[in-house]
Design a binder for this molecule. Structure first.
Ligand SMILES: [Fe+2]
Ligand SMILES: [Fe+2]
Length: 444
């Protein structure tokens, strides 16, 4: 079987590749344009794909457009129904409207992220692409969407990595435990809320803000060290929070206080986990400063809210990593599992979980949505600014080395255009943020 995997998101693409490799010859692409090119080339070489897994949200064009164009090309070439490529749409959320549109545009089935080996195997059986005996999955299922049976090409069953399913299950269990209150959800740092309230007071003075900050000793000490750093130029002379506020400015102080207060959630019990947490923390700071700078340039959204959103967007990842390692350590299964494998599973589940955490913390609907969709928001003219700014900031961290991913970000021209920005606006923002993150991280 010849398979094309189209997904701009690395972790999800790799997972799909790992699962499907055992079923046939896989080719992977990162964009809609590349999908169409690969489809055309395969057709020209008379070796069409049997299966395409198509991510709905790719930066250059949506999966729905790709699907529509493929079906149009097949129609033009008068490919009979039973010879058409089977297309499985891959969606980040079970959005009914999108799925209905995809079905109407001629997809054979859909699968929601995060997916696992079992779910995918069941889809392949339903679609008649493989025999149940090849996957070890349940027999007797028929496709709701499939119109014609496919000929099994006798590919070997994929090698099952038992630990992969165990990790998926363990992460899902942890999410369930959070939801049912068996694992206590940490409170959103109270100091961040308090400082916001103080700043909203009429005639607020620097002393009022200082009194609020001084309630937290750790934050007070770190803020003083930050003000005395080379970046802010205090050179050891800043001894009080009022002085720090004067030197650093209220806006930056608020950002720094929020950053320090959030740090308490990045807990780690071992050196390798701490290394990941530190990287996640830097990524959060970078996303926050980038989002704030973009919001300022775009001039349409509240900069403080955007900063906080950037700072907390990966909270799902942080809480899941901490709870997972605690859980596995307690059961004596850590470090039996590779941290990379745990992170790969968390990557597929963290955004939805983060949205649920935001809901529990009582954030506004738009902030919940931004966190929920930050990995693949589906950028269009209808997208909310907050969602686009967070997505852009998260992706831009890759350009300054503060991302968990080393590969460059996907094409961001659409989202830049929708925010009325261009690459010339981005360059100075990146330089400024890079310096700010280093200064903040150094002091904290
Ligand atoms: Fe994320
Ligand atoms: Fe992120």
């Amino acid at each position: 079987m010849k398979i094309l995997i189209a997904d701009d998101e690395l972790v999800s693409r790799k997972l799909m590749e790992r699962i499907l490799t055992g079923y046939g010859e896989c080719e992977a692409v990162e964009s809609g344009t590349a999908t169409l090119e690969a489809f055309k080339t395969a057709g020209e070489n008379h070796k069409p794909f049997d299966l395409i897994t198509l991510d709905i949200s790719m930066p250059d064009m949506s999966g729905l457009d790709v699907l529509f164009q493929i079906r149009a090309m097949e129609k033009q070439k008068e490919v009979p129904a039973d010879k058409r490529t089977v297309i499985i749409i891959v969606t980040a959320s079970a959005d009914k409207d999108t799925i209905v549109t995809a079905v109407q545009s001629g997809c054979n089935d859909y699968i929601a992220k995060p997916f696992d080996r079992d779910t995918l195997a069941k889809k392949l059986i339903k679609l008649g692409l493989v025999n149940p005996s090849e996957t070890g999955s349940q027999k007797g299922e028929t496709s709701l969407l499939k119109k014609s049976a496919r000929v099994n090409d006798g590919s070997a069953a994929p090698p099952v990595r038992p630990e992969e399913n165990v990790i998926v299950k363990a992460v899902k269990d942890v999410i369930e435990a959070f939801k049912k209150g068996r694992i206590e959800l940490p409170a959103f740092p109270a100091l961040i809320q308090k400082i916001q309230e103080v700043l909203r007071m009429p005639d607020v003075t620097l002393e009022d803000i200082a009194v609020c900050i001084e309630q937290d000793q750790i934050v007070t000490l770190r803020l003083l060290s930050m003000a005395n750093s080379v970046h802010y130029g205090g050179q050891g002379k800043v001894k009080s929070i009022v002085q720090a506020l004067t030197l650093v400015g209220i806006k930056d102080t608020k950002s720094i206080v929020s950053t320090i207060a959030m740090k308490s959630l990045y807990k780690a019990d071992s050196a390798p986990v701490k290394a990941v947490m530190d990287k996640l923390f830097l990524h959060a700071i970078a996303t926050a400063y980038l989002a704030r700078a973009i919001a300022k340039k775009y001039n349409g959204e509240d900069e403080d809210t955007i900063f906080l959103l950037g700072l907390t967007h990966d909270i799902g990842k942080v809480l899941l990593l901490h709870a997972m390692t605690l859980n596995l350590t307690a059961k004596g299964k850590f470090p039996e599992f590779k941290l990379d494998d745990i992170m790969a599973v968390i990557q597929t589940l963290h955004a939805g979980f983060g949205g649920a955490v935001f809901q529990r913390w009582g954030f506004d609907e738009i902030l919940i949505k931004a966190v929920n969709t930050h990995e693949a928001p589906g950028i269009s003219a209808d997208s909310r600014n907050m969602v686009m700014i967070l997505y852009l900031a998260n992706m831009l961290t890759r350009r300054i080395g503060f991302s968990m991913f080393e590969e460059p970000p996907p094409d961001l021209s659409d989202v830049l255009q929708l925010l009325s920005l261009n690459e010339t606006d981005v360059a100075p923002i990146l330089a400024e943020v890079q310096e700010k993150v280093q200064a903040t991280a150094g002091a904290i």
